[in-house]
Design a protein around this ligand. Sequence first.
Ligand SMILES: [Zn+2]
Length: 113
Amino acid sequence: MKQKPVKPTPPPSQIIKEGQDPKPQPPPTQTIREGQDPNKTEKLKPEEKKEIMDNAKDIVCKSCDKNVFEKVFLFKKISKLLTGTPEDIIIPLETFRCVQCRIIPEEFQIDNK
Ligand SMILES: [Zn+2]
């Protein structure tokens, strides 16, 4: 004697087979961390940002007009007499130079005052 059990069928989106994990949800695009003021982050809309970038002037190398730079370091050595440490201290300073002629443009020069 067989009788069809009468069960209300759940909507398809809610069917989860046993032993099968539901797909992990992707994290929401706008995660706001505690203690972080959302107003402090980017206020510009992507299209506004694009417009600003489109109108922005490239920094170009004065000798070759190229606008591509690579990261280089200058090093400052600070005498142990000034720092009071047992050894002199070397501090790396990051700057950029033209990839083509290797000149550091004025904008990236580090003052030697
Ligand atoms: Zn150059």
